[in-house]
Design a protein around this ligand. Sequence first.
Ligand code: NDP
Ligand code: MG
Length: 382
Amino acid sequence: MKRISLLGATGSIGTQTLDVIRKHPQHFSLESMSVGRNIDLALQQVHEFAPALLSVQSKEDYDKLIHNVPQETKVVYGTEGLVEVATTPDSDILVNAVLGSVGLSPTLAAIQAGKTIAIANKETLVTAGHIVTDAASRHNVSLIPVDSEHSAIFQALNGENINEVDRLILTASGGSFRDRSRNELKGVTVSEALNHPNWSMGAKITIDSATMMNKGLEVIEAHWLFNIPYEKIDVVLHKESIIHSMVEYIDGSVIAQLGTPDMRVPIQYALTYPERFDSISNERLHLWEIGSLHFKKLDMDRFRCMRFAYEAGKAGGTMPTVLNAANEVAVACFLEGRISFLEIEHVIEKALEEHTVINQPTLEEIIKVDAETRAFIHSTIK
Ligand code: NDP
Ligand code: MG
């Protein structure tokens, strides 16, 4: 029996993690969970899974909830609440499916507590990759990828020596606007951007897919998870999302992982690793039904966020922190209808240009740069 702590239980990855737990009740139990503001769903989940600990985002919701949850469930809130969930003494594995760099402090706390982490929360690796991976190796903690591309690479690597790898090849669906030119991106609406052709995901990552920032963040995520230089990470457009990513070895062999686009598969693998359990989905990959797979070279002028991400990653230090914080705020403002789609990349570019990189930043410096970047974007947009 693996006892699970889950950050972001009410989200797209969080609810799919609960699907996996529901499917294998003899193997998994939910020990603790956190939510943001979706209290109605949180209550349903608490009644179904009876975790010992629930964290909510605000004090206000804490006050509302405290008398509504079963006595066995302790309620906490705020960042300390996230940390308490992440370090639950009785849990074996943390699934970090919270959104954004708010996931950083609970991740570091879980590492210090020696917890294995199934990591979906890519913003944490982007904003402070060197700190997270250094801490994980010092505490001998495994970071198991949940993101489908990184799960694919993890499976294709299968413990092989990273020195025998020539390139990692991440696939990208291209998002909601993959067939549009830059000119055709002017004036696109929020609901058009939220209409992803292959994957059903949370709002922020769906917009990130449309700007291609998601793939940029994933390049940085791959750099840290697999300890490989940016020069050895490529991205190829693959509109069917059947090949989830590939590893090219120095002898020219390319090993790919394929499957239908269903996040519950990599989530389950992160939880069962190194074993495999029965599939949660009845759908199997029938290549003869798909017929053909397509691949296209990525145009960095069309998808400018991709270029920003490579440049920020290679610059290192606090540049990825700026990239991530600027993107988080810009996407939130786009979703609120305060800026246009193309302005997302415009304000991110400004933030990157304005920033003077700090090399080997401390955690405090990262937190400071994150906050300053958020303030900068807000003032630019106002
Ligand atoms: P969602 O927006 O669907 O869910 C985010 C979760 O985090 C919700 O439970 C939300 O709570 C909670 N949350 C958000 N902000 C805060 C906060 N400030 N404090 C506490 N809790 C908060 O996101 P996704 O599930 O789509 O994505 C989660 C992570 O997984 C992201 O890092 C994303 O990049 C990554 N990922 C997602 C994939 C997907 O298919 N969705 C695929 C690969 C990676 P509430 O809703 O209650 O407010
Ligand atoms: Mg992905």
